[in-house]
Write a protein that binds this ligand. Structure first.
Ligand SMILES: Nc1ncnc2c1ncn2[C@@H]1O[C@H](COP(=O)(O)OP(=O)(O)O)[C@@H](O)[C@H]1O
Ligand SMILES: [Mg+2]
Length: 338
């Protein structure tokens, strides 16, 4: 029997296709599976357009799924009656990349943060609600004088703090942070990451942390899943991913991270991927990465690699390791670049 007591979220073979003009199908997410354990931060990484936000929106029930199941605390998000989904939504919140776009410019900070409280009718009196707003402002490093000001009066980092306070307003268990630091200056990114980590510790929050590159994700994630063109290609603990990346796409992503030490930076081997990112409307046959993979073999464009546990708790979808598993010749990864 599968133990799922420690899993707050189970994404099971989820596919999300969009029908776009003229009956064409855009394959935004294909057969993606992962679990998120209570209290952990799961990093979801991949370049722009690979389907990260679509997965986030499908998890919270904003999109229906084409195939597969999303279980939150064992409940199937897409099969719940509306009333129950509304209650479940209170426990899952999202933080977005651009808080300015997601905050109504005509609303004061107080209104922005108290809106979800009003929707869910959390407090009987304005006084109680206001007290909670002030408390939240302090928790995210702002203060009560900020309550009557407007989002445009704040810096990018402060606006993200307002977005975080709003996400915390319903006291959720699970937060999807969709590229929450991508639009911020590097100096501010670390502050926001530290705030998220601190809030996680204090409140026992679980995070799905979405990013388009691997540079800041390691600091915050316990485990990381790497996506390419709607597919999950690799999933393992964050140390394991950085020390022993198996998938050639992960290796390329890692090679793109600048190293702070100038000598090491000079000798850093960058893997530049050839060719263009294919379209999810007409994805390559076989392995979706085969058209750009430096190690592509004949089989790669013919057969889709299956999702396999190549090493303990280290999953990868790549023919390089499938051969290895079938022949059982060696336990060493076939490719090691770093
Ligand atoms: N509502 C939608 N309708 C049609 N296509 C969409 C929609 N949302 C996203 N897409 C497409 O799905 C793919 C994945 O998008 P998205 O999930 O936003 O990627 P990411 O967040 O990784 O940048 C992209 O090709 C995008 O254009
Ligand atoms: Mg996105």
């Amino acid at each position: 029997m599968e133990m799922n007591g420690d899993k707050i979220l189970q994404v099971k073979q989820v596919t999300k296709h969009f029908t776009i003009g003229k009956g064409r199908i855009l394959q935004a997410v294909n057969d993606v599976s992962f679990d998120v354990k209570k209290g952990e931060t799961f990093g979801l990484v991949g370049e722009s357009g690979c389907g990260k936000s679509t997965i986030g929106r499908t998890i919270i029930g904003l999109y229906n799924r084409t195939k597969g199941d999303v279980l939150f605390d064992g409940k199937n998000v897409h099969q719940l009656p509306e009333r129950e989904l509304f209650q479940l939504r209170q426990r899952m919140q999202m933080i977005f990349q651009d808080p300015y776009a997601s905050l109504n410019p005509r609303s004061t900070v107080r209104e922005v943060i108290s809106e979800p409280m009003e929707v869910h009718k959390l407090y009987k009196t304005k006084k109680e609600q206001n007290e909670r707003v002030y408390q939240l402002l302090e928790e995210v490093g702002l203060n009560l004088e900020h309550a009557n000001r407007y989002p445009h009066e704040f810096s990018g980092g402060q606006r993200q703090r307002i977005g975080i306070a709003r996400a915390l307003a319903l006291d959720p268990d699970f937060i999807i942070a969709d590229e929450p630091i991508s639009a911020l200056d590097v100096s501010v990114q670390a502050q926001v990451v530290n705030l998220l980590k601190q809030l996680q510790k204090e409140k026992g929050l679980t995070f799905l942390f979405i990013a388009h590159d691997l540079s800041m994700v390691k600091q915050i994630s316990d485990r990381i899943g790497v996506m390419y063109l709607g597919n999950m290609v690799e999933l393992t603990g964050s140390d394991s991913l950085y020390e022993n990346p198996l998938h050639p796409y992960t290796q390329a992503l890692l090679s793109a991270i600048p190293i702070p030490d100038p000598d090491m930076e000079e000798s850093r081997e960058r893997i530049i991927l050839q060719g263009e990112l294919p379209s999810p409307i007409n994805p390559p046959s076989g392995c979706v990465f085969s058209t750009r993979c430096p190690f592509a073999m004949d089989i790669c464009s013919r057969e889709k690699p299956t999702w396999q546990e190549a090493e303990s708790n280290h999953f990868v979808a790549c023919h390089l390791y499938q051969d290895k598993l079938e022949n059982k010749t060696t336990t060493e990864p076939v490719v090691r670049i770093r």
